[in-house]
Design a protein around this ligand. Structure first.
Ligand SMILES: *[C@@H]1O[C@H](CO)[C@@H](O)[C@H](O)[C@H]1NC(C)=O
Length: 348
């Protein structure tokens, strides 16, 4: 669950920016036109789709969640170490996020929330043999002063205590968490990092030659960030830092999507919500969201439909999947294969 539109600092020359964004937009329209009209089998690798898999919930039989929740340096950390861990993964949420969002509600964590994309990142991490640690930001969003040292302290204290300090350390941060991870990487040694739906703070930090290999996972519909990322990819390449880019595209909803990705939301309800969205024109005839999930009055439409009852605890979960399907700005686990390949191929 992320609030859109978070920007770390006002940019000087915003006007220039707007003009080039407009040009970028025209260029992109042209590119899209060419790609989607000439290449209908979608062979272009940079626009590789990753449709949601069926039944992500099947993880539950592979990974057993037994997280530990602690309080340290004024904040929450929630973590789990699998048998024979081969690395340590720090996950940083976006604005309004919390460590609780990453973990399913369980006897060990009764107030955990388990948002669909966050929980899948944790499950993928554990399944890949990573010890996973999540920490809550002190305020609504991450800050880039003392908080960097606090999180560094927490991670070092925890890896030391669990005897994980010799293992490769990697991090993934989304939105505000992405900016945060880009800065944290100057304060502690990561084997590699993933910056999701954020361009990072590469104008503010000193990028040394030992900056970790950086994978940007982003949504090109967000043209402002797309442009900044293009810029920063070049900046990092100039410093001989290994850089990768994964683009996340929109995908159509199907009657099953919500049930497939949200534990506790059953198929009949998923179908009814889908039909309501068709009826209300929230999705087009192919199932694509016409607008960002935050911009449509889907909750009101649901409340008016007396035959439809969505558990209040699942509202943010549905919201997240709608935002993800629109692919403008949301946490995503759809590219976990590429994310974990990135971690795997940069283990030193
Ligand atoms: C975090 O807590 C430890 C233990 O209380 C303390 O020694 C350390 O200075 C704290 N770190 C920061 C950056 O406040």
């Amino acid at each position: 669950m992320l609030k859109r539109g978070y920007k770390p600092a006002p940019w000087t020359g915003a006007l220039n920016c707007r003009v080039s964004v407009f040009l970028m937009f025209l260029t992109l329209m042209l590119v899209f036109f060419l790609v989607f009209h000439n290449d209908s089998d979608g062979a272009n690798p940079s626009l590789a789709y990753e449709r949601p898999n069926k039944k992500e919930n099947s993880f539950d039989s592979l990974v057993h969640l037994h997280p530990t929740k602690e309080f340290r340096n004024g904040t929450d950390l929630i973590w789990q170490v699998p048998e024979s861990p081969k690395g340590v993964l720090f996950l940083a949420h976006g604005c309004d996020g919390r460590a609780l969002n990453f973990w399913d509600k369980s006897p060990e964590c009764p107030d955990c929330i388990g948002l669909p994309e966050e929980r899948l990142l944790v499950l993928h991490g554990l399944a890949q043999g990573f010890a996973v640690i999540t920490i809550s930001s002190a305020q609504r969003c991450w800050t880039f002063g003392k908080e960097v040292l606090v999180v560094k302290d927490i991670i070092e204290w925890w890896t030391g205590r669990r005897k994980l300090e010799k293992l490769p350390l990697v991090a993934l941060g989304a939105s505000s968490g992405g900016y945060f991870v880009s800065v944290l990487a100057t304060a502690m040694k990561f084997s590699s990092i993933v910056i999701m739906i954020a361009e990072g703070m590469f104008e503010q930090i000193d990028i040394r030659g030992d900056y970790p290999p950086t994978l940007f996972v982003h949504m090109p519909k967000d043209l402002y960030r797309q442009q900044k990322i293009d810029e920063y990819v070049e900046v990092l390449k100039d410093r001989r830092i290994d850089v990768g880019v994964v683009e996340c595209m929109e995908f159509p909803l199907s009657p099953n999507t919500l049930a497939d990705r949200i534990p506790g939301l059953d198929l009949p309800l998923s179908r009814k919500i889908f039909e309501l969205f068709q009826e209300k024109g929230f999705i087009d005839k192919n199932g694509y969201m016409k607008k960002d999930g935050r911009k449509i009055k889907w909750k009101k439409a649901l409340e008016e439909k007396k035959t439809l009852v969505l558990d209040n605890n699942l509202v943010s979960h549905v919201q997240e999947e709608l935002n993800l399907a629109f692919a403008y700005h949301e946490m995503t686990s759809l590219h976990s294969d590429q994310i974990f390949k990135w971690f795997e191929s940069h283990r030193s």
